[in-house]
Every structure is written in structure tokens, then in C-alpha cells.
Design a protein around this ligand. Structure first.
Ligand code: UTP
Length: 457
């Protein structure tokens, strides 16, 4: 039985094919699909599909200014570090990995966090992040919660992966998983919802913007309050270089009483595929590379530098109270449309693997909340030390480029400790050995040369 009002809505919003799908199902599959469809906003889906050929509306250029380059006086830097260390000492920071994406460009079937990225150790991304948190627990004699956002696509596998590996020696009660929401994928041309099984629509994770609602609905915002934790250190699972030990970043955020703080990095070129930090009406905002008009992207100042220089490595600090304040707003964040290849069941019930983009997916982006922040800080960071995204199978932003950057960072840290690395030799440093160059200097004081591949663990 299809309730009359659902039947009417399916017809009104261009989804009449789902009536047929429902009619062909026996129980309990019929009830299952019915439940899924009841919770989908069909009118919203229809209007999103109608926008497929439009670009996201941008504010006019007059309202936009480039982000001024953030500089820090040396004396101030020391004060920031002190405050940041106090926050770490008091265990008042939680770390959040967003790991709900499907990693389609990398093309692995498992969650991306399971990818063996360690150049020598082959440690998975999840392990590298978890060990950074474990190393911080040891450094500060504290217990920092590690929050892991999954999606229905990655949830069960991710939880099992951590469990089987004993949570990489983090206290299991300090690893908090939560699952983000989903959005249906629709056929690019017709806007009809695609099915991945007779009783199941193709649902994809609703973007990293799903973090805020996920944090609220999972009860994690309350748990953080109970532990007196004010700050969430947010980063992406696919960046093995992220520096989680940055006391200056945390201290500056706290001293400014900021609601959001973000790392920014100078872009490699006008159209580098990263989001662009800029000011809209004086507020910190972000425009995706694909939305930044070419003429803006190419604007230069008198010194010949790009005006829109500030790229987004997706490393943020969020004030927990701020997140709570904007949860209502997070439900209204804009949807961004992406054309993707999505396998689906055709009318004969056969699974089709499309060769070209056949579907629209809808995602919310975490950085759309930036403009809500009344107080925010940004901190420029050198790319070589903090940003090695693993996006593609090969070429740019691939495992090969990320591993090369990990090796280069380890080589620099060793060099600072007086240790030379012979040409062509690979070195890798476990987070449990060192979180930064100072740690390496504390451990290795002998001037030597490393002549074969070495893993410092
Ligand atoms: P990307 O946008 O690069 O997507 O995610 P992806 O899923 O990793 O890869 P593609 O686009 O399918 O190839 C950036 C970060 O945001 C997380 C990802 O897990 C990654 O850490 N993310 C993305 C989510 O947690 N949820 C989402 O819905 C989307």
C-alpha cells in the first residue's frame, strides 16, 4: 500500500517511477523503501535538480576583498604558544577526523582512512592520525577524545577497523564515532531518484557540512560539554601531514576568543584546486576553486602577488558553543551540486555501471559556516609541513605525492637534528617517535648520515 499523500508527492515532484518500484516489492522490502522515501524532501530534490545548469550565485566583486596576509609578532607568538599549551595540558581539545567521503577519485573500495600511506611502514591514514593523538596524550599526560565522522558508506568498516587494531592504543572510550547523513543521487537529465537495489535509493554522504548536525544528533556536543572541552580541532582523513600539535594555532584561537580559526596556505597558482579564503562584507568566507571566476583568480597586487592567494587545507578549530549556536543554521546551509558517475538499477532491474557522469549528488560544505563566525582568526601555514592531500590514484594529490612530502618532511626534521640523509634514501618518522622537529632533536643528537631506508618508530 502506498499512502495517498506519498503517491501524490511522488507524482508532483517527478518521481512517479518510484510508485512502480514500490508496487513491485513484497514485504518487508516494500515497507523499507516506503520508509526511506517518506524521509526525503522530494520538493527540495526537484528544485535542486532544476538548478543543475546554474553556477552558485557569488556576491558582487565590490563586496569581496582578499584576505590580508596574517602576520604574527614574535613576542605574541610565545604568548599564543603558552595559552595553547595550557589548553593541551588541561586536555581541553578534541580532534575530529572527517572520514565519511566515498574516495571515488582514489578508487579504493574501503574507506580512504584505511589506505596504507606510510612510505615505509605502510601505516594506514587512520593509524597515522590516531598515533598523533596518542603522542599528544603522552606529551601532555592528557586524554584527548578522537572523533571520527563516518557515513553509512564507511561506518561499519571503519568501526571494525579501529576495533580490530585495538584503537591504536588510544583508550577505546575516547574514540567517538558518529555517522553523518545522506542525500539521494538523481539522474542528471530527468532528476529521477536512482535506485541501487530494488528497495534502496542511491544515497550518498551529505558532504562534510554534515559534520555539525552529526555532532549534535550523536550527542557529541553534550559529551564535549561534560568533559569541559571547548575546542574541536577539525581535519580531513586524507591529509597525512596535518599538524595536530600546533599550540600556537590553539592559543591564538583561545586568546582571540574566536569562534572559528583556520589554517590558510599560499596557493600554487590562480586556479589551484583548493577553496579560496576571502572576505565578504568583511567576514571570513570561502569560494570553491570551481566557482572563482578566472578574472578574479588572476588579479594581482602591485607586487605581482595573487590577490586571492589564500588556499584552504581544511584545518579548522571550532568553538563548541559556536557549533551549538549554529546548528539551526547548519540545517539551512546551501547544497552544492556535483556531477558524478553513479551505478544504478535500470528499468529492467539490471545494474548499470555508467562510463560518463550520469547523476547529480548534493553536498553541504563545512566552510559555508565560516561567515556565521563573529570572531575568527587565520594562520598561514607552509604547505610542505601541513598539506599532502590524497585525492587521486596517480598524478597530482595522489599517494605518491603525499608519500614524497612525508619523506621530505622527515628528511628536514632529521637535518635539523644534525642527521644527514643520503640522496635517494627514504626516511619515515612515526608520530610516536616525533611530532615535530624538536622531538627529533631531543631524541637524536648524533651527527650521522643515514644511508639506507629507515623508519623511525
Ligand atoms: P573530498 O571532497 O575530497 O571527497 O573529501 P572524498 O570522498 O574524499 O573523495 P572523492 O571526491 O569521492 O574522490 C574531503 C574530506 O571530507 C570528507 C572526506 O572523507 C575527506 O576527509 N568527507 C567528504 C566527509 O566526511 N563526508 C562527505 O560527505 C564528504
Amino acid at each position: 500500500m502506498i499512502p495517498d499523500d506519498l503517491r501524490a508527492r511522488l507524482q508532483r515532484h517527478g518521481q512517479a517511477h518510484l510508485q512502480t518500484a514500490l508496487e513491485q516489492l513484497a514485504e518487508p522490502e516494500h515497507a523499507k523503501l516506503l520508509r526511506e522515501l517518506e524521509r526525503i524532501d522530494l520538493a527540495e530534490l526537484q528544485s535542486l535538480h532544476a538548478r543543475r545548469t546554474q553556477k552558485d550565485a557569488l556576491p558582487p566583486r565590490e563586496r569581496i576583498e582578499p584576505l590580508p596576509y596574517p602576520t604574527i609578532e614574535e613576542d605574541a607568538g610565545e604568548a599564543f604558544i603558552d595559552v595553547g599549551e595550557d589548553a593541551f595540558d588541561a586536555g581541553k581539545v578534541a580532534f575530529l577526523i572527517v572520514a565519511g567521503g566515498q574516495g571515488t577519485r582514489l578508487g579504493c573500495n574501503d574507506p580512504k582512512g584505511m589506505f596504507p600511506i606510510g612510505p615505509i611502514s605502510k601505516k594506514p591514514l587512520f593509524q597515522i592520525h590516531a598515533e598523533k593523538v596518542l603522542a599528544l596524550n603522552r606529551r601532555y599526560i592528557a586524554r584527548f577524545p578522537l572523533l571520527v565522522m563516518t557515513s553509512p558508506a564507511t561506518d561499519a568498516t571503519t568501526r571494525l577497523f579501529f576495533k580490530r587494531r585495538n584503537f591504536y592504543r588510544l583508550p577505546p572510550q575516547d574514540v567517538w564515532f558518529f555517522c553523518q547523513g545522506t542525500m539521494p543521487a538523481v539522474d542528471l537529465e530527468s532528476g529521477r531518484m536512482l535506485l541501487e537495489a530494488p528497495d534502496r535509493p542511491c544515497l550518498s554522504p551529505n558532504g562534510h557540512g554534515g559534520t555539525i548536525i552529526g555532532l549534535r544528533d550523536s550527542g557529541i556536543l553534550n559529551r564535549l560539554d561534560e568533559r569541559g572541552i571547548r575546542t574541536i580541532y577539525y581535519f580531513q582523513v586524507d591529509n597525512p601531514l596535518v599538524n595536530l600539535a600546533d599550540a600556537l594555532f590553539v592559543g591564538r584561537h583561545h586568546l582571540a576568543n574566536a569562534e572559528v580559526s583556520s589554517k590558510v596556505l599560499p596557493k600554487t597558482g590562480p586556479k589551484e584546486k583548493v577553496g579560496n579564503f576571502l572576505l565578504v562584507d568583511g567576514r571570513c568566507s570561502m569560494i570553491e576553486y570551481s566557482d572563482l571566476p578566472d578574472d578574479w583568480a588572476n588579479e594581482r597586487d602591485e607586487a605581482g602577488q595573487l590577490k586571492f592567494w589564500a588556499g584552504n587545507p581544511a584545518i579548522h578549530l571550532f568553538d563548541v558553543e559556536f557549533l551549538r549556536k549554529i546548528t539551526a543554521e547548519a540545517d539551512r546551509l546551501p547544497w552544492h551540486l556535483a556531477r558524478k558517475k553513479v551505478p544504478y538499477l535500470d528499468e529492467a532491474g539490471q545494474l548499470v555501471q555508467p562510463e560518463t557522469e550520469n547523476a547529480l549528488k548534493f553536498e553541504r560544505f563545512i566552510f559555508d559556516i565560516l561567515t556565521q563566525a563573529e570572531r575568527w582568526t587565520v594562520l598561514a601555514t607552509p604547505r610542505d609541513d601541513e598539506f599532502a592531500p590524497v585525492k587521486n590514484k596517480d598524478g597530482v594529490d595522489s599517494p605518491a605525492t603525499a608519500q614524497a612530502m612525508m619523506i621530505a618532511q622527515a628528511t628536514r626534521w632529521l637535518h635539523q637534528a644534525g642527521v644527514e640523509v643520503a640522496d635517494g634514501v627514504k626516511v619515515e618518522i612515526s608520530p610516536l617517535f616525533a611530532l615535530d622537529a624538536e622531538d627529533v632533536m631531543d631524541k637524536l643528537r648524533k651527527a650521522t648520515t643515514i644511508t639506507r631506508d629507515t623508519y623511525f618508530k
